[in-house]
Design a protein around this ligand. Structure first.
Ligand SMILES: O=C1O[C@H](COP(=O)(O)O)[C@@H](O)[C@H](O)[C@H]1O
Length: 214
């Protein structure tokens, strides 16, 4: 509830200042309750554009689709008026579809007003997976690419992900995690020289608000 309320405040501020707001959210299982709370927040959702920080390369008919989660839990009630820009297009691979995705994303106002990151038990965030084939590029803060394909042993299907520099530029950056196991992973990531992908966020983010619940 606290995170939903904080995000809603940032969206209202952006709408008041710029007439519109852009938010990029994570998928997975953690944001379910957040999405339900956020969709009940009173604000001018018709001025909000929602996108994802990363996506599994599956259509939204697939249970694993992050877009499906957003459509079914966030883009409801007042938030049904928001625009949604998904990261998946009908193509066999992210490499084949990425040109179309980049064209779609060109219309998105940057920097994003709000980015909400999650974290997996392996320390991945967005689709920055340990052992990812393009992890170095994705975490390179001088990379100018908006999105990259990603494959990794622990990722399941191929992925598409915004790069770290795009996410770090957000006006408000949140990390949303749940459970003791993830708290321990975060503690490890806070150690000097941690190689966990989430450690790059902790090191390089100009500002980061961490929300944790048991
Ligand atoms: O695969 C993904 O996993 C992470 C973490 O998900 P969770 O189920 O452990 O909450 C998520 O942040 C990311 O967006 C998603 O694609």
């Amino acid at each position: 509830m606290a995170l939903a309320s904080s995000i809603a405040g940032k969206l209202r501020d952006a709408i008041a200042l710029h007439g519109e707001a852009v938010i990029a959210v994570s998928g997975g299982s953690t944001p379910k309750r957040l999405f339900e709370k956020l969709s009940n927040e009173i604000l001018d959702w018709s001025r909000v554009t929602v996108t994802l920080v990363d996506e599994r390369w599956v259509p939204d008919s697939d249970e694993r689709s992050n877009a499906r989660l957003v459509e079914s839990l966030l883009l409801q009630r007042g938030a049904a008026d928001a625009d949604f820009v998904p990261l998946y297009v009908e193509a066999a691979t992210p490499e084949a579809g990425i040109g179309e995705v980049r064209t779609r994303l060109a219309a998105l106002k940057q920097p994003f007003d709000v980015v909400v990151l999650g974290m997996g038990p392996d320390g991945h965030t967005a689709s920055f997976f340990p052992g990812g084939d393009r992890l170095g590029e994705a975490l390179d803060t001088s990379n100018t690419a908006l999105v990259l394909p990603m494959r990794a042993p622990g990722a399941g299907e191929p992925r598409i992900t915004f790069t770290l520099p795009v996410l770090l530029k957000a006006r408000a950056l949140y990390l949303h995690i749940q459970g003791e196991d993830k708290r321990e992973v975060l503690d490890q990531a806070e150690q000097a020289n941690s190689q966990l992908p989430i450690a790059s966020v902790l090191r390089d983010a100009p500002q980061l608000d961490i929300y944790w619940c048991p």
